[in-house]
Design a protein around this ligand. Sequence first.
Ligand code: ZN
Length: 89
Amino acid sequence: MLTCKQATLLASQRLDSTLNWQHRIQLWLHLLLCPRCRRFSRQLQFLQHAWQMASQQPSQEVSLSAASKARIAARLNAAQAELEQSKPR
Ligand SMILES: [Zn+2]
């Protein structure tokens, strides 16, 4: 029987390529008997699925309104001025 380390390695490799039938059976048997590796394998598959979903989404442009940009610039300028005044001379 596979060790947990071997099983997690195969579970990870399974995401990138097809395992040969011996490895598939060994992994299946280990996952059947080991709840921790079963959970790890499910989490890997969830992350792969989430990554695929996220990469299929068109990127969303984020933009600020002119008023927001002006407000941020004013805050930055005020913070800069405050910093200049607090510098030791
Ligand atoms: Zn295990």
